[in-house]
Design a protein. Sequence first.
Length: 103
Amino acid sequence: MGFLAREYGHVPWHPRANGDGVVLDGIAGYQPYLGDLHRALYDDLIVVQALETLALIREDERRYDLVIAADILQHFTTRDAEIFLERCLAVGGEVVLVSTPRW
């Protein structure tokens, strides 16, 4: 999904499009899953706990046009998943894309 965001995030019909000026930040929870490709794709790739990081992003008043939450919800309790989604909406109110594996 990061590849798609990088490739199509600057499409000219978007009101904030500015050429190749796409900023792609990522939060990962488990360092061993990351490879050179991940590090090359993202402008900033943070390996930390997502709930706390999203709270800090909101406090810094950073906003994203798109938040992608892929393969993460299943790692939370129901309440923490709710908090996570609330925080995703707080930093990316325009579009939050959620993807989970099929159980």
